[in-house]
Design a protein around this ligand. Structure first.
Ligand code: AHR
Length: 502
Protein backbone atom coordinates (compact mmCIF):
# COMPACT_ATOMS: atom_id res chain seq x y z
CA UNK A 1 0.00 0.00 0.00
CA UNK A 2 1.31 3.47 -0.84
CA UNK A 3 1.02 6.48 1.46
CA UNK A 4 1.79 9.92 0.05
CA UNK A 5 2.63 12.77 2.43
CA UNK A 6 3.30 16.33 1.37
CA UNK A 7 4.68 18.47 4.23
CA UNK A 8 4.69 21.51 1.93
CA UNK A 9 0.92 21.44 1.60
CA UNK A 10 -0.72 22.53 4.84
CA UNK A 11 -4.42 21.76 4.73
CA UNK A 12 -5.51 23.23 8.05
CA UNK A 13 -4.82 23.58 11.74
CA UNK A 14 -5.79 20.83 14.21
CA UNK A 15 -7.48 22.49 17.16
CA UNK A 16 -6.41 20.67 20.36
CA UNK A 17 -10.10 20.64 21.33
CA UNK A 18 -10.72 17.93 18.70
CA UNK A 19 -9.25 15.69 21.42
CA UNK A 20 -11.83 16.91 23.96
CA UNK A 21 -13.87 15.01 26.54
CA UNK A 22 -17.25 15.04 28.20
CA UNK A 23 -18.27 14.48 31.83
CA UNK A 24 -21.89 14.26 32.91
CA UNK A 25 -23.66 13.69 36.21
CA UNK A 26 -24.33 10.18 35.00
CA UNK A 27 -23.58 6.93 36.82
CA UNK A 28 -20.09 6.94 38.31
CA UNK A 29 -18.56 9.56 36.03
CA UNK A 30 -18.43 12.59 38.33
CA UNK A 31 -18.99 10.95 41.71
CA UNK A 32 -16.40 8.18 42.30
CA UNK A 33 -14.80 8.57 38.86
CA UNK A 34 -13.50 12.12 39.13
CA UNK A 35 -14.64 13.48 42.47
CA UNK A 36 -14.46 11.60 45.76
CA UNK A 37 -14.63 14.51 48.20
CA UNK A 38 -11.94 15.85 50.49
CA UNK A 39 -12.59 13.31 53.24
CA UNK A 40 -12.21 10.23 51.04
CA UNK A 41 -9.45 7.70 51.81
CA UNK A 42 -8.77 7.73 48.05
CA UNK A 43 -5.85 10.15 47.53
CA UNK A 44 -7.28 13.43 46.29
CA UNK A 45 -6.63 17.13 45.96
CA UNK A 46 -9.58 19.25 46.93
CA UNK A 47 -11.78 16.20 46.36
CA UNK A 48 -10.47 15.31 42.85
CA UNK A 49 -8.88 11.85 42.47
CA UNK A 50 -5.12 12.28 42.08
CA UNK A 51 -4.68 9.10 40.00
CA UNK A 52 -7.35 10.09 37.47
CA UNK A 53 -6.16 13.70 37.21
CA UNK A 54 -2.56 12.58 36.64
CA UNK A 55 -3.57 10.11 33.90
CA UNK A 56 -5.71 12.71 32.13
CA UNK A 57 -2.93 15.29 32.24
CA UNK A 58 -0.54 12.74 30.80
CA UNK A 59 -3.03 12.16 27.96
CA UNK A 60 -3.07 15.96 27.48
CA UNK A 61 -6.80 16.50 27.90
CA UNK A 62 -7.47 19.85 26.18
CA UNK A 63 -11.07 20.63 27.17
CA UNK A 64 -13.84 19.17 29.33
CA UNK A 65 -17.60 19.50 28.80
CA UNK A 66 -19.96 19.51 31.82
CA UNK A 67 -22.60 18.99 33.39
CA UNK A 68 -24.42 17.09 30.58
CA UNK A 69 -25.88 15.80 28.31
CA UNK A 70 -29.51 15.36 29.18
CA UNK A 71 -28.63 16.27 32.76
CA UNK A 72 -27.75 19.81 31.63
CA UNK A 73 -31.29 20.83 30.71
CA UNK A 74 -32.48 19.90 34.19
CA UNK A 75 -29.51 21.32 36.05
CA UNK A 76 -30.04 24.43 38.13
CA UNK A 77 -26.61 25.80 38.90
CA UNK A 78 -27.58 27.49 42.15
CA UNK A 79 -28.25 24.04 43.65
CA UNK A 80 -24.53 23.32 43.37
CA UNK A 81 -22.84 26.30 45.05
CA UNK A 82 -22.13 27.39 48.64
CA UNK A 83 -21.62 25.26 51.75
CA UNK A 84 -22.01 21.57 50.94
CA UNK A 85 -24.42 20.90 53.81
CA UNK A 86 -26.86 23.50 52.45
CA UNK A 87 -26.90 22.15 48.90
CA UNK A 88 -30.11 20.59 47.65
CA UNK A 89 -30.38 16.83 47.46
CA UNK A 90 -32.54 15.61 44.63
CA UNK A 91 -33.12 12.65 42.35
CA UNK A 92 -31.21 12.38 39.11
CA UNK A 93 -34.30 11.53 37.07
CA UNK A 94 -32.43 11.01 33.82
CA UNK A 95 -29.77 8.69 35.03
CA UNK A 96 -30.42 5.82 37.39
CA UNK A 97 -32.80 7.58 39.80
CA UNK A 98 -30.02 8.05 42.35
CA UNK A 99 -29.61 10.91 44.84
CA UNK A 100 -27.70 13.88 43.48
CA UNK A 101 -26.32 15.76 46.46
CA UNK A 102 -24.87 18.58 44.37
CA UNK A 103 -21.53 18.35 46.14
CA UNK A 104 -19.88 18.77 42.74
CA UNK A 105 -21.00 22.09 41.26
CA UNK A 106 -19.62 25.03 39.30
CA UNK A 107 -16.72 25.83 41.64
CA UNK A 108 -15.70 22.18 41.79
CA UNK A 109 -15.83 21.88 37.98
CA UNK A 110 -13.58 24.91 37.66
CA UNK A 111 -11.20 23.44 40.24
CA UNK A 112 -11.09 20.16 38.30
CA UNK A 113 -10.24 21.97 35.05
CA UNK A 114 -7.59 24.01 36.89
CA UNK A 115 -5.96 20.78 38.08
CA UNK A 116 -6.21 19.24 34.61
CA UNK A 117 -4.88 22.40 32.96
CA UNK A 118 -7.66 22.18 30.38
CA UNK A 119 -10.22 24.53 28.87
CA UNK A 120 -13.77 24.68 30.19
CA UNK A 121 -16.92 23.85 28.26
CA UNK A 122 -20.18 24.40 30.12
CA UNK A 123 -23.54 23.28 28.79
CA UNK A 124 -26.35 25.67 29.77
CA UNK A 125 -29.94 24.78 30.63
CA UNK A 126 -32.37 26.03 28.02
CA UNK A 127 -34.88 23.17 28.33
CA UNK A 128 -36.11 23.90 31.86
CA UNK A 129 -34.14 26.96 32.94
CA UNK A 130 -34.88 30.64 32.52
CA UNK A 131 -33.00 33.27 30.57
CA UNK A 132 -32.20 34.99 33.85
CA UNK A 133 -30.78 31.78 35.32
CA UNK A 134 -28.48 31.25 32.34
CA UNK A 135 -27.43 34.86 32.32
CA UNK A 136 -26.65 34.85 36.05
CA UNK A 137 -24.63 31.66 35.73
CA UNK A 138 -22.35 33.42 33.25
CA UNK A 139 -22.22 36.43 35.59
CA UNK A 140 -21.33 34.18 38.55
CA UNK A 141 -18.56 32.47 36.62
CA UNK A 142 -17.00 35.29 34.65
CA UNK A 143 -17.90 38.79 35.91
CA UNK A 144 -15.06 40.76 37.42
CA UNK A 145 -16.66 43.82 39.03
CA UNK A 146 -19.42 44.92 41.30
CA UNK A 147 -22.41 42.65 40.82
CA UNK A 148 -24.60 40.38 42.94
CA UNK A 149 -23.28 37.22 41.27
CA UNK A 150 -19.62 38.26 41.45
CA UNK A 151 -20.22 38.94 45.14
CA UNK A 152 -21.78 35.54 45.61
CA UNK A 153 -18.79 33.89 43.95
CA UNK A 154 -16.42 35.81 46.21
CA UNK A 155 -18.47 34.74 49.23
CA UNK A 156 -17.97 31.15 48.08
CA UNK A 157 -14.22 31.67 48.15
CA UNK A 158 -13.50 32.69 44.54
CA UNK A 159 -12.94 36.38 44.18
CA UNK A 160 -11.25 36.06 40.80
CA UNK A 161 -13.54 35.29 37.87
CA UNK A 162 -13.18 32.01 36.01
CA UNK A 163 -12.75 31.53 32.31
CA UNK A 164 -15.63 29.90 30.41
CA UNK A 165 -14.08 28.98 27.10
CA UNK A 166 -17.07 27.26 25.49
CA UNK A 167 -20.77 27.49 26.35
CA UNK A 168 -23.62 25.51 24.79
CA UNK A 169 -27.10 27.00 24.79
CA UNK A 170 -29.00 23.79 25.53
CA UNK A 171 -28.36 20.12 24.78
CA UNK A 172 -30.33 17.82 22.46
CA UNK A 173 -33.26 20.23 22.46
CA UNK A 174 -34.83 18.06 19.76
CA UNK A 175 -35.10 15.35 22.46
CA UNK A 176 -34.33 15.28 26.19
CA UNK A 177 -33.68 19.04 26.14
CA UNK A 178 -37.36 19.96 25.62
CA UNK A 179 -38.59 18.06 22.55
CA UNK A 180 -38.60 21.25 20.48
CA UNK A 181 -39.04 21.90 16.80
CA UNK A 182 -36.01 23.44 15.09
CA UNK A 183 -37.84 26.75 14.53
CA UNK A 184 -38.82 26.98 18.19
CA UNK A 185 -35.31 26.15 19.35
CA UNK A 186 -33.81 28.58 16.83
CA UNK A 187 -35.86 31.41 18.28
CA UNK A 188 -35.01 30.46 21.85
CA UNK A 189 -31.35 30.25 20.91
CA UNK A 190 -31.46 33.83 19.64
CA UNK A 191 -33.03 35.01 22.85
CA UNK A 192 -30.97 33.05 25.41
CA UNK A 193 -27.61 33.69 23.78
CA UNK A 194 -28.24 37.43 23.89
CA UNK A 195 -27.78 37.30 27.65
CA UNK A 196 -24.72 35.08 27.59
CA UNK A 197 -22.58 38.19 28.00
CA UNK A 198 -18.93 38.48 27.20
CA UNK A 199 -17.76 40.18 30.38
CA UNK A 200 -14.15 39.70 29.37
CA UNK A 201 -13.75 41.02 25.82
CA UNK A 202 -10.20 39.64 25.75
CA UNK A 203 -11.59 36.12 26.09
CA UNK A 204 -15.01 36.00 24.47
CA UNK A 205 -17.09 32.93 25.20
CA UNK A 206 -17.43 30.57 22.23
CA UNK A 207 -21.19 30.05 21.94
CA UNK A 208 -22.54 26.78 20.63
CA UNK A 209 -26.04 26.11 19.31
CA UNK A 210 -27.70 22.71 19.62
CA UNK A 211 -27.27 20.99 16.29
CA UNK A 212 -28.70 17.79 14.89
CA UNK A 213 -28.98 14.23 16.00
CA UNK A 214 -27.19 12.00 13.48
CA UNK A 215 -28.60 12.67 9.98
CA UNK A 216 -31.37 15.09 10.86
CA UNK A 217 -30.54 17.53 8.07
CA UNK A 218 -33.85 19.28 8.52
CA UNK A 219 -32.91 20.27 12.07
CA UNK A 220 -29.58 21.63 10.85
CA UNK A 221 -31.14 23.64 8.04
CA UNK A 222 -34.06 25.00 10.04
CA UNK A 223 -32.02 26.02 13.08
CA UNK A 224 -29.58 27.85 10.85
CA UNK A 225 -32.42 29.40 8.87
CA UNK A 226 -34.21 30.65 11.99
CA UNK A 227 -31.07 31.90 13.71
CA UNK A 228 -29.74 33.67 10.64
CA UNK A 229 -33.01 35.20 9.48
CA UNK A 230 -33.45 38.89 10.09
CA UNK A 231 -30.26 39.03 12.09
CA UNK A 232 -27.55 40.71 10.04
CA UNK A 233 -26.22 43.07 12.69
CA UNK A 234 -25.93 40.85 15.64
CA UNK A 235 -24.35 37.96 13.82
CA UNK A 236 -20.95 38.91 15.21
CA UNK A 237 -20.39 36.78 18.29
CA UNK A 238 -23.87 35.37 18.08
CA UNK A 239 -23.06 31.79 17.09
CA UNK A 240 -19.54 30.39 17.03
CA UNK A 241 -20.36 26.72 16.73
CA UNK A 242 -23.15 24.24 16.14
CA UNK A 243 -23.09 20.72 17.52
CA UNK A 244 -23.62 17.19 16.24
CA UNK A 245 -24.31 14.07 18.31
CA UNK A 246 -23.52 10.73 16.78
CA UNK A 247 -23.04 7.42 18.58
CA UNK A 248 -21.78 4.16 17.09
CA UNK A 249 -24.42 1.60 18.11
CA UNK A 250 -24.04 -1.82 16.51
CA UNK A 251 -27.46 -3.48 16.37
CA UNK A 252 -29.18 -0.09 16.78
CA UNK A 253 -30.96 1.49 19.78
CA UNK A 254 -33.39 -1.36 20.31
CA UNK A 255 -30.84 -4.12 20.08
CA UNK A 256 -27.69 -2.89 21.76
CA UNK A 257 -24.91 -5.44 21.88
CA UNK A 258 -22.28 -6.48 24.36
CA UNK A 259 -19.13 -4.36 24.56
CA UNK A 260 -16.92 -7.41 25.00
CA UNK A 261 -18.67 -10.45 23.49
CA UNK A 262 -18.87 -10.11 19.72
CA UNK A 263 -17.75 -11.84 16.55
CA UNK A 264 -15.99 -10.68 13.41
CA UNK A 265 -19.25 -9.47 11.91
CA UNK A 266 -19.78 -7.29 14.99
CA UNK A 267 -16.26 -5.91 14.52
CA UNK A 268 -16.82 -4.78 10.92
CA UNK A 269 -20.35 -3.54 11.58
CA UNK A 270 -19.08 -1.35 14.41
CA UNK A 271 -16.24 0.13 12.38
CA UNK A 272 -18.54 0.69 9.42
CA UNK A 273 -20.99 2.57 11.64
CA UNK A 274 -18.19 4.61 13.18
CA UNK A 275 -16.98 5.65 9.71
CA UNK A 276 -20.43 7.06 8.92
CA UNK A 277 -19.46 10.13 10.93
CA UNK A 278 -17.45 11.33 7.92
CA UNK A 279 -20.60 11.39 5.77
CA UNK A 280 -22.38 13.35 8.50
CA UNK A 281 -19.56 15.88 8.74
CA UNK A 282 -19.55 16.40 4.98
CA UNK A 283 -23.34 16.69 4.56
CA UNK A 284 -24.00 18.85 7.60
CA UNK A 285 -20.91 20.86 6.69
CA UNK A 286 -22.37 21.67 3.28
CA UNK A 287 -25.56 22.98 4.90
CA UNK A 288 -23.59 25.00 7.43
CA UNK A 289 -21.50 26.68 4.77
CA UNK A 290 -24.66 27.75 2.90
CA UNK A 291 -25.42 29.97 5.89
CA UNK A 292 -21.85 30.78 6.85
CA UNK A 293 -19.80 31.25 3.73
CA UNK A 294 -16.86 32.73 5.62
CA UNK A 295 -16.40 29.48 7.52
CA UNK A 296 -16.52 31.22 10.91
CA UNK A 297 -18.93 28.80 12.55
CA UNK A 298 -17.29 25.60 13.75
CA UNK A 299 -18.78 22.14 13.72
CA UNK A 300 -18.70 20.76 17.25
CA UNK A 301 -19.03 16.99 17.58
CA UNK A 302 -19.66 17.20 21.31
CA UNK A 303 -20.94 13.66 21.79
CA UNK A 304 -19.48 10.69 19.92
CA UNK A 305 -18.27 7.17 20.62
CA UNK A 306 -19.54 3.63 21.05
CA UNK A 307 -22.74 2.81 22.89
CA UNK A 308 -23.14 -0.85 23.88
CA UNK A 309 -25.39 -2.71 26.31
CA UNK A 310 -24.41 -1.93 29.92
CA UNK A 311 -22.15 -4.36 31.72
CA UNK A 312 -24.23 -7.15 33.30
CA UNK A 313 -25.33 -6.57 36.91
CA UNK A 314 -24.80 -2.81 36.75
CA UNK A 315 -27.49 -0.12 37.07
CA UNK A 316 -28.88 0.24 33.49
CA UNK A 317 -29.23 3.97 34.10
CA UNK A 318 -25.46 4.26 34.64
CA UNK A 319 -24.44 3.29 31.08
CA UNK A 320 -21.28 1.59 32.31
CA UNK A 321 -19.50 -0.35 29.57
CA UNK A 322 -16.15 -2.07 29.06
CA UNK A 323 -13.77 -1.06 26.32
CA UNK A 324 -11.86 -3.35 23.93
CA UNK A 325 -9.53 -3.09 20.95
CA UNK A 326 -12.70 -2.51 18.92
CA UNK A 327 -13.21 0.76 20.82
CA UNK A 328 -9.56 1.61 20.21
CA UNK A 329 -10.12 1.30 16.46
CA UNK A 330 -13.33 3.38 16.65
CA UNK A 331 -11.34 6.08 18.43
CA UNK A 332 -8.44 5.83 15.99
CA UNK A 333 -10.51 6.12 12.81
CA UNK A 334 -12.79 8.83 14.25
CA UNK A 335 -9.84 10.99 15.33
CA UNK A 336 -8.25 10.55 11.90
CA UNK A 337 -11.52 11.74 10.34
CA UNK A 338 -11.73 14.76 12.66
CA UNK A 339 -8.12 15.65 11.81
CA UNK A 340 -8.89 15.41 8.09
CA UNK A 341 -11.86 17.75 8.54
CA UNK A 342 -10.10 20.16 10.88
CA UNK A 343 -11.18 23.15 8.81
CA UNK A 344 -14.75 22.42 9.86
CA UNK A 345 -14.50 20.38 13.08
CA UNK A 346 -13.26 22.73 15.79
CA UNK A 347 -14.02 20.58 18.81
CA UNK A 348 -15.09 17.00 19.51
CA UNK A 349 -15.89 15.45 22.90
CA UNK A 350 -15.95 11.70 23.29
CA UNK A 351 -18.66 10.38 25.61
CA UNK A 352 -17.77 10.02 28.37
CA UNK A 353 -14.59 10.54 30.36
CA UNK A 354 -14.80 7.99 33.21
CA UNK A 355 -17.03 4.94 33.87
CA UNK A 356 -19.67 5.73 31.17
CA UNK A 357 -19.93 4.64 27.48
CA UNK A 358 -16.58 4.90 25.63
CA UNK A 359 -14.50 5.98 28.59
CA UNK A 360 -10.77 6.48 28.72
CA UNK A 361 -10.65 5.51 32.40
CA UNK A 362 -12.57 3.02 34.56
CA UNK A 363 -12.49 2.99 38.34
CA UNK A 364 -13.47 0.56 41.07
CA UNK A 365 -13.04 1.92 44.58
CA UNK A 366 -9.44 3.07 44.84
CA UNK A 367 -8.45 1.17 41.68
CA UNK A 368 -8.17 2.76 38.25
CA UNK A 369 -7.45 1.37 34.81
CA UNK A 370 -6.68 2.90 31.43
CA UNK A 371 -8.81 1.59 28.58
CA UNK A 372 -7.63 0.91 25.01
CA UNK A 373 -9.37 4.18 24.06
CA UNK A 374 -7.15 6.04 26.55
CA UNK A 375 -4.06 4.67 24.83
CA UNK A 376 -5.28 5.92 21.45
CA UNK A 377 -5.82 9.45 22.79
CA UNK A 378 -2.38 9.28 24.37
CA UNK A 379 -0.78 8.14 21.11
CA UNK A 380 -2.53 10.85 19.06
CA UNK A 381 -1.73 13.75 21.40
CA UNK A 382 1.00 15.22 19.19
CA UNK A 383 -1.59 16.05 16.54
CA UNK A 384 -2.95 18.66 18.96
CA UNK A 385 -2.09 22.16 17.74
CA UNK A 386 -0.23 20.78 14.71
CA UNK A 387 -0.99 21.48 11.05
CA UNK A 388 -2.73 18.84 8.98
CA UNK A 389 -0.77 18.10 5.82
CA UNK A 390 -1.99 16.72 2.55
CA UNK A 391 -1.81 12.93 2.54
CA UNK A 392 -3.27 10.11 0.53
CA UNK A 393 -3.32 6.39 1.31
CA UNK A 394 -4.15 3.53 -1.07
CA UNK A 395 -6.81 1.36 0.53
CA UNK A 396 -9.06 -1.54 -0.39
CA UNK A 397 -12.48 -2.55 0.88
CA UNK A 398 -12.67 -5.39 3.38
CA UNK A 399 -15.43 -6.95 5.50
CA UNK A 400 -17.85 -9.86 5.72
CA UNK A 401 -21.19 -8.31 4.76
CA UNK A 402 -21.81 -6.01 1.84
CA UNK A 403 -23.59 -3.43 3.94
CA UNK A 404 -20.77 -3.22 6.48
CA UNK A 405 -17.61 -2.97 4.36
CA UNK A 406 -14.75 -0.77 5.54
CA UNK A 407 -11.42 0.41 4.13
CA UNK A 408 -8.52 -1.73 5.33
CA UNK A 409 -6.49 1.25 6.53
CA UNK A 410 -7.06 4.76 7.88
CA UNK A 411 -4.53 7.55 8.37
CA UNK A 412 -3.94 11.21 9.06
CA UNK A 413 -0.69 13.16 9.05
CA UNK A 414 0.24 16.47 10.64
CA UNK A 415 3.38 18.55 11.03
CA UNK A 416 4.10 19.81 14.52
CA UNK A 417 5.72 23.02 15.73
CA UNK A 418 9.19 21.37 15.65
CA UNK A 419 8.72 20.37 12.01
CA UNK A 420 8.25 16.66 12.78
CA UNK A 421 5.61 14.62 10.99
CA UNK A 422 3.00 12.94 13.19
CA UNK A 423 1.42 9.99 11.39
CA UNK A 424 -1.40 7.91 12.85
CA UNK A 425 -2.35 4.76 11.01
CA UNK A 426 -4.98 2.09 11.75
CA UNK A 427 -5.29 -1.42 10.36
CA UNK A 428 -9.00 -2.35 10.42
CA UNK A 429 -8.44 -5.88 9.16
CA UNK A 430 -8.67 -8.76 11.61
CA UNK A 431 -6.41 -11.09 9.69
CA UNK A 432 -4.15 -9.28 7.25
CA UNK A 433 -1.05 -7.25 7.87
CA UNK A 434 -0.01 -4.69 5.26
CA UNK A 435 3.22 -3.24 4.06
CA UNK A 436 2.87 0.53 3.78
CA UNK A 437 5.42 2.50 1.76
CA UNK A 438 5.31 6.11 2.84
CA UNK A 439 6.62 8.68 0.33
CA UNK A 440 7.41 12.14 1.58
CA UNK A 441 7.42 14.90 -1.04
CA UNK A 442 10.58 16.96 -1.32
CA UNK A 443 11.90 16.19 2.15
CA UNK A 444 14.13 13.45 3.45
CA UNK A 445 13.20 11.50 6.56
CA UNK A 446 16.18 11.16 8.91
CA UNK A 447 14.64 9.39 11.91
CA UNK A 448 11.44 7.58 12.78
CA UNK A 449 10.03 6.42 16.11
CA UNK A 450 6.84 4.50 16.63
CA UNK A 451 4.32 3.20 19.13
CA UNK A 452 1.72 0.50 18.56
CA UNK A 453 -1.46 -0.69 20.26
CA UNK A 454 -2.48 -4.14 19.14
CA UNK A 455 -4.13 -7.24 20.59
CA UNK A 456 -7.06 -9.60 19.99
CA UNK A 457 -10.17 -7.77 18.75
CA UNK A 458 -12.01 -8.32 22.05
CA UNK A 459 -9.08 -7.82 24.43
CA UNK A 460 -9.65 -5.41 27.29
CA UNK A 461 -8.17 -4.35 30.59
CA UNK A 462 -9.61 -5.46 33.92
CA UNK A 463 -8.84 -4.46 37.48
CA UNK A 464 -6.99 -7.74 37.95
CA UNK A 465 -5.17 -7.40 34.59
CA UNK A 466 -4.98 -3.65 33.94
CA UNK A 467 -2.12 -3.85 31.42
CA UNK A 468 -3.36 -6.54 29.09
CA UNK A 469 -3.86 -3.95 26.33
CA UNK A 470 -1.07 -1.41 26.36
CA UNK A 471 1.19 0.43 23.96
CA UNK A 472 4.54 -0.90 22.88
CA UNK A 473 7.45 0.41 20.91
CA UNK A 474 6.83 -0.20 17.20
CA UNK A 475 9.89 -1.75 15.56
CA UNK A 476 8.53 -2.76 12.14
CA UNK A 477 9.40 0.55 10.48
CA UNK A 478 12.51 1.81 8.73
CA UNK A 479 13.73 4.72 6.66
CA UNK A 480 13.89 4.48 2.86
CA UNK A 481 15.19 6.75 0.11
CA UNK A 482 11.72 8.20 -0.38
CA UNK A 483 10.49 8.21 3.21
CA UNK A 484 9.60 5.20 5.34
CA UNK A 485 8.33 1.66 5.03
CA UNK A 486 6.44 -0.29 7.66
CA UNK A 487 4.40 -3.42 8.23
CA UNK A 488 1.25 -2.84 10.20
CA UNK A 489 -0.24 -5.93 11.87
CA UNK A 490 -3.99 -6.65 11.90
CA UNK A 491 -6.21 -4.94 14.45
CA UNK A 492 -3.81 -2.19 15.40
CA UNK A 493 -3.27 1.51 15.91
CA UNK A 494 0.16 2.95 15.17
CA UNK A 495 1.69 6.37 15.81
CA UNK A 496 4.91 7.39 14.07
CA UNK A 497 6.98 10.50 14.60
CA UNK A 498 9.13 11.24 11.58
CA UNK A 499 12.00 13.67 11.73
CA UNK A 500 12.79 15.49 8.50
CA UNK A 501 16.07 16.86 7.23
CA UNK A 502 16.01 20.63 7.70
O1 AHR B 1 -24.09 10.46 26.81
C1 AHR B 1 -25.32 10.00 27.26
C2 AHR B 1 -26.47 10.83 26.73
O2 AHR B 1 -26.55 10.69 25.36
C3 AHR B 1 -26.38 12.32 26.94
O3 AHR B 1 -26.80 12.71 28.19
C4 AHR B 1 -27.30 12.85 25.90
O4 AHR B 1 -26.96 14.14 25.47
C5 AHR B 1 -27.23 11.80 24.79
O5 AHR B 1 -28.47 11.41 24.37
Amino acid sequence: MKLYMNPNRIVGHINPEIYGHFSEHLGRCIYEGLFVGKDSPIPNTNGMRNDVVEALKDMKIPVLRWPGGCFADEYHWRDGIGPKEDRKKLINTHWGGVVEDNSFGSDEFMELCRQLGCKTYINGNLGSGTVQEMSEWIEYLTYDGVSPMAELRAKNGHKEPYSVDYFAVGNENWGCGGNMTPEYYGNLYRRYQTYVRNYNPEKPIYKIACGPNVDDYEWMREVLHTTHRHAPDFLHGFMDGISLHYYTIPGGWENKQSATVFDEKGWYETLNRALFIETLIKRHGEILRQYDESGKIGFIVDEWGTWFACEPLTNPGFLYQQNTMRDALVAGISLNIFNKHCNLVKMANIAQLVNVLQSVILTEGEKMLLTPTYHVFHMYQKHQDSDLIDSYLDTKEIGLEEKFMVPNLSESVSIDKDGKLQLTLNNLSLDESYQVDGMISEKKAVAVNGTILTNEMDAYNTFSQPDKVKTQRFEAVKLTEKGITLTIPPCSVVHLEIELEQ
